[in-house]
Design a protein around this ligand. Structure first.
Ligand code: GUN
Length: 294
């Protein structure tokens, strides 16, 4: 059984991006730059945003922070995004989700210029992915593909079963795996799927992304499966300093012995998300620079 270390893959991505950022700065005189917008005081969002800032700084990327109060109006937020769309020193824009109640996230996402949509959430980015056109791919499913590639896990002809149909993970994950060249046969399961174990146990590659701690148990998988655990769930644990610990959607302890390969939590898919955001920001900056030169 092989442990698929997101930590190792992410480090590899960061090493490459550090070099690329250095060359980019030498060639163009400015650094790839990400603007991160946070509205309100949600502690988890604050910690995610801090992680994104830290990654930018460690890679030598530019970083602009916009922290707006929770009573920000939709129009004020749209005005800021418009300003960032027009700002040629900003290559990527990320609006941290979820937004406080009362704000319309879909309108906010649509207002981000597609060429700066490093989250890959814009309907046009999602459509490009589905069609197989170039564009930004949502960071978590992109991170899963990076892990599969790094460990040379073949997807062609394999039955990939995705549990979870979210716009951020399940749907883009399916789009990626059915692309020509990836060539997986994909089944998407969700909360209304009948007899889930009968389907998950057919999976050659099982992607768990429903956000329910330890939901996938050993009786739900076949021997030799590759398991990708996208879940990051906090469960109470008085023996931990923080009072909780992080677990995946997969009952790792009992499922792992049946697997060919599995991602751990933490240290699996989770750490890939910011690495892919940085990769998308580099892509956005390169596209900007190549247009500027022309
Ligand atoms: N909230 C949780 N994950 C994400 C993400 O990948 N991007 C944004 N913008 N918000 C999030």
């Amino acid at each position: 059984m092989q442990i698929l270390s997101g930590k190792e893959v992410a480090q590899n991505v960061y090493d490459t991006l550090t070099d690329e950022a250095k060359h980019f700065l030498e060639n163009y005189g400015y650094a790839p730059t990400l603007a991160v917008v946070l509205v309100g005081e949600d502690p988890a969002s604050q910690s995610y945003v801090a992680g994104k800032k830290k990654a930018c700084l460690s890679l030598g990327f530019g970083h602009k922070d916009y922290h707006l109060p929770s009573d920000t109006s939709q129009q004020q937020l749209l005005d800021l995004i418009h300003q960032l769309n027009e700002d040629s020193s900003v290559h990527g824009i990320l609006v941290q989700m979820p937004l406080p109640e009362g704000l319309n996230p879909e309108e906010v996402i649509r207002s981000i210029a597609v060429e700066k949509d490093v989250d890959g959430f814009h309907p046009q980015s999602v459509g490009n992915l589905l069609i197989g056109n170039p564009g930004f791919v949502s960071c978590t499913p992109k991170g899963v593909m990076e892990i599969l590639d790094y460990y040379h896990i073949e997807t062609a002809g394999k039955h990939a079963v995705i549990v979870g149909r979210s716009n951020i993970v399940g749907k883009p994950m399916a789009s990626l795996l059915i692309q020509k060249g990836r060539d997986a046969t994909v089944t998407i399961c969700h909360s209304r799927t009948k007899d889930l174990p009968s389907i998950t146990s057919q999976a050659d590659i099982l992607i768990a992304a429903m956000g329910r701690p330890h939901f996938i148990t050993s009786d739900m998988v076949k021997d030799g499966v590759v398991v990708i655990d996208v879940g990051i769930n906090r469960i109470e644990d008085a023996s931990c300093k923080r009072g909780y610990r992080l677990v995946g959607d997969v009952d790792y302890e009992h499922v792992a012995p049946r697997c060919n390969a599995i991602t751990p939590v933490p240290g699996g898919v989770g750490v890939m998300t910011i690495a892919m955001l940085m990769k998308n920001t580099m892509q956005a900056a390169k596209q900007f620079a190549s247009k500027e030169v022309k």
